[in-house]
Ligand binder design. Structure first.
Ligand code: FDA
Length: 385
């Protein structure tokens, strides 16, 4: 069977690319080894799919080349995807920080994408293994089909139980494209050593500022039985490197000198109760214990309180790892952007070969940015093939 384009992977990027290309005229085949499309979409955003973020900007993406994503993101904006959502009559809401979710179910987004594919007469083959791929006579041959264009949209290996694989990287290497070492991102971090004591706080969450290198995120952190999670931690995990600390400001809204002021205002209070005005009780207790400052505030020197304030503002945790690809919401790294055109996502040295979505070394923050990259990169390739 001859096609104009074959797209591998019916996730967010592959479905949108197939629809975009198909509606322009080319004959498109979309293949996925899973029996159903868009499994990650279906479980995304707690089942409501955080399908984009209004604050999308290139600095919210990690990549060896921070400029690469600019062109595609500028040419397909969150508003354009929102227009599509509205055109399909899908009710939505902004939850927080520009994050847009379906009111109903993530299934609506998959249905939207399938309807758009149908408009483009895209041929769908689900539950189909791709098998070997050959490139000869200017065409890509696979699974009894051939086409002059092949799009790699098979994502990254995070959450293998959903059918995620590192197939994109194998394919990239087959065609001589470099791959930036893939690593789990948006992933809970694990604690060892002295930090293990914090595991007793499993289930406690607090609004904090998490800091890793130059990245800072003000959101909730959650203590777990293995270490740290919650949005603030998932965000910094994408920047975290083994051997470096993650710092937490437990009282990011407290003014400078707040503990000594608290002593003047209520000298008979204990540090633990003062902290509990900002933090959950159990956490306040654990921090006061670790600071080693018991008794009334009046019995503590200003020097000790200022030192405690500084420590609370940059509490250093030394994660000993992450929960890995099994729990990572995305994979950072991937097919090197140096190999691709930022305009079309086509491989510079293999005309007709494209890579889009999470398979590429572009990784968004938590909050709808990864889907926006999937839509934008898919659009760029879909308009070019
Ligand atoms: P995606 O992984 O979606 O699709 C790849 C497809 O390729 C899959 O259908 C897979 O079956 C197929 N495939 C893989 N290997 C293959 C092979 N060897 N042969 C054939 N097919 C193969 N992002 C966001 O912006 N908002 C959110 O709310 C969430 N929520 C969220 C929750 C959870 C639990 C996870 C794991 C992830 C998110 N994400 C997210 C991230 C988001 O889901 C992700 O970035 C996109 O789905 C990436 O889209 P792609 O199409 O690139 O890959």
């Amino acid at each position: 069977m001859q096609y104009d384009a074959i797209i591998l992977g019916a996730g967010a990027a592959g479905l949108f690319c197939a629809a975009t290309a198909g509606q322009r005229g080319p004959r498109v085949l979309l293949i996925d080894h899973n029996p159903e499309p868009g499994r990650k979409i279906l479980i995304s955003g707690g089942g409501r799919c955080n399908f984009t973020n209004l604050h999308t900007a290139p600095d919210r993406f990690l990549s060896a080349n921070p400029h690469f994503a600019k062109s595609a993101l500028a040419r397909f904006t969150p508003q354009q995807f929102l227009d599509l959502i509205e055109a399909h009559g899908i009710a939505w809401h902004e939850k927080t920080l520009g994050q847009l979710f379906c009111d109903g179910s993530a299934r609506q987004v998959v249905d939207l994408l399938l309807e758009e594919c149908a408009k483009g007469q895209v041929e769908l083959r689900f539950g189909q293994d791709v098998g070997a791929i050959e490139h000869r006579d200017g065409r890509f041959h696979l699974a009894g089909a051939s086409a002059p264009a092949l799009v790699i949209a098979t994502g990254g290996p995070s959450i293998p139980k959903l059918g995620a694989t590192g197939f994109a990287y194998d394919l990239a290497r087959q065609f001589g494209l470099k791959v930036v070492e893939p690593r789990p991102a948006l992933v809970p971090l694990t604690l060892g050593g002295d930090d293990v004591l914090f595991r007793e706080l499993s289930g406690v969450a607090a609004p904090v500022e998490a800091i890793c290198d130059k990245a800072r995120f003000r959101e909730a952190a959650l203590f777990t039985h293995r270490g740290l999670s919650g949005p603030a931690i998932l965000q910094v995990s994408s920047y975290w490197k083994r051997g470096s600390p993650v710092e937490i400001d437990f009282c990011p809204d407290a003014p400078h000198g707040w503990l000594t002021q608290a002593k003047r205002a209520a000298p008979r209070k204990a540090l633990r109760s003062t902290l509990a005005e900002h933090l959950p009780d159990r956490l306040a207790q654990a921090l006061a214990e670790r600071l080693g400052l018991a008794g009334e505030l009046s019995g503590l020197t200003d020097k000790a309180l200022n030192a405690a304030e500084q420590r609370l503002a940059r509490w250093a945790f030394m994660p000993n790892g992450s929960e890995g690809f099994a729990k990572a919401e995305v994979t950072a790294g991937g097919i090197s952007t140096a190999e691709l055109s930022s305009q079309t996502m086509e491989a510079n040295k293999v005309p007709g070969l494209y890579a889009i979505g999470e398979a590429v070394d572009v990784t968004g923050w938590l909050g709808g940015y990864n889907f926006q990259w999937a839509w934008a990169s898919a659009r760029a390739a879909g308009m070019a093939i």
